[in-house]
Every structure is written in C-alpha cells, then in structure tokens.
Design a protein around this ligand. Sequence first.
Ligand code: NDP
Ligand code: A1CAB
Length: 270
Amino acid sequence: MNTCIAFIGGGNMASAIIGGLLKAGHAAADLLVVEPFEAQRARLAADFGLQPLAAADASLQRAGLVLWAVKPQLFTEASLPCRPHVQQALQLSVMAGIRSEGLVAATAAQRVVRAMPNTPALIGQGIAGLYARPEVTAADRALVEQVLRPTGTTLWVEREADLDAVTALSGSGPAYFFYIVEAMMAAAIEMGLSAEQGRQLALATCAGAAALALQSDESPATLRERVTSKGGTTYAALSSLQADGVGAAVQRAVLAAQQRARELGDEFGN
Ligand SMILES: NC(=O)C1=CN([C@@H]2O[C@H](COP(=O)(O)OP(=O)(O)OC[C@H]3O[C@@H](n4cnc5c(N)ncnc54)[C@H](OP(=O)(O)O)[C@@H]3O)[C@@H](O)[C@H]2O)C=CC1
Ligand SMILES: O=C(O)[C@@H]1CCC=N1
C-alpha cells in the first residue's frame, strides 16, 4: 500500500494503527500525524521514528486517507484547520459517536468511512465495526480493510445506527471484561490466594474460555452447561449470579453504552 495516510490525533488508538501499519511494511515517510501535545509527539518520534506536526498544514494534501482519532469532544476544533487540505481524501474516523454526516460537513469530503475499533487492536487482536457512506468505492473499502488488518478483524455494518451497538458491544467491551476479571481477582484474595495467583488464574481462564468458544461449534450456553455439574460448584456460582441479576445488569450496561453513543452523536455528530 503506498497511500499517504494522515492521522489527526496521535493518541492510543492512532498509535495502535500506526504500529500495525509500520509492522506491515508501510513506509514511515508516508505517515503524517497532527498532534498538538508535545509529550505525545515525542512518544510518537521515539516509538515509531515519526515527526508529527504540531498543527495542520498544507502537507496534509499529500494524504489519500485521513484518519480521525481525536476525542469526539475535540473534533470540531481539530477539523477546522484541516478542512482546506483534506477534501479530496477518503476520511476514516474511529471517533465514537461522530456521525458520518458530521464528518462530511466538517471536512467537505464525500467519501467517509466510520470505524469502531477496540483496544486489543494494540496487539493485533482487535475487532472493528465499519460503516461506509454510499459515495465510498469498493477500492476505498479495500484500502480501509488493509489499513486496519494489522489491528485484527473487521466487520461491515449496513446501517450507520448499528455502529452505536458495535461501540457498546466491542468498542467498550474490553472494559466489561476487565471489570469481571478485577472482581474475580478480588475474590481470589478473599479466598487466601495472592493477587498474582488470582491474576494468572483469572486471565488464563478467561483467555482459554474465549479461545474455546471461538473454536467450538457449540454455543456459549452449551459450553457453560458443560462446565456445570449437577449440584456442583459452578451451579452454586451461577445460581448466585442469577439471584443477583448479573445477566440482566450486563444487558442494561451494554444498552447504557449504546445510549451514550447516540447522545454523543446528537451532541457532536450533527
Ligand atoms: N480507547 C478506546 O478503546 C477507543 C477509542 N475510540 C475513539 O478513538 C478516538 C481517540 O481515542 P484515544 O486514542 O483513546 O484518545 P487519546 O486521548 O489517546 O488520543 C487523542 C489524541 O488527539 C490529540 N488531539 C487533541 N486535540 C487535537 C487537535 N486539535 N488536533 C489533533 N490532535 C488533537 C490528543 O492530544 P491531547 O492529549 O493534548 O488532548 C490525543 O493525543 C476517540 O474519538 C474515541 O472515541 C474508538 C474505539 C475504542
Ligand atoms: O469510552 C469511549 O467512549 C470509547 C469508545 C469505545 C471505547 N472507548
């Protein structure tokens, strides 16, 4: 891929994608980054050998793809100085909640793809939901897939509103998982294991369970039943989870994230 890519915002998500692109052989000279925060520019220079710009300038016109990775709250401010330079490029946004109409309005570009990645992208094991506006070509879609491939897998959705569900499920999802692991670790300590033993046992169990579910033809419900001996320990734990309404609470939590994604869209996304 010899497209020049400009990143607007060089934080966590941008760094995950930049790291993947460089590993996949993309030339550093064909990566531009606009990053106003000096310490972050220094980090990008040290980690990737890049020379980020402190502010947008005409060099952005080299970019065939502009990747938006600032916080949604800062999008309007970040887009103003970029607007004169990016109209011809394909726009790829990873910002939660900024709708594609808002991207068209702010950049005056027509070809806009929204992506919702997640933090396992940092180790190439992310999953990103993707939505393309009708003006986006098949070649544009292929380029987006190529850019995100080093960060993990991708999944296209047909309706833009579905990205709010993707955000709630897989975008924020790693945090739900860490929350459960934290609770398992706290229980380990309560039962007299060390924090490190608890961490190892909880994480290896979760990683193994996820790998098993991914490889198996059986549903997660069937796999759960296989762990659960009649009158045994798992049954005791699952009964406690059920009595505490944990399943319903998780569903409500995911819907709360979807609602927040919609609100961000209403606030910032046009
Ligand atoms: N973290 C996650 O799990 C996920 C995040 N996202 C989305 O990715 C986007 C980035 O998130 P994340 O990487 O975590 O955030 P970060 O805060 O790490 O990165 C954003 C970067 O943009 C910089 N920035 C601020 N203002 C401007 C500007 N005017 N022009 C250019 N750059 C600017 C920030 O600098 P400074 O620090 O000085 O403000 C910061 O370095 C968000 O929109 C988020 O919704 C999507 C999926 C998952
Ligand atoms: O919390 C957030 O808003 C972002 C979007 C998905 C993950 N982090």
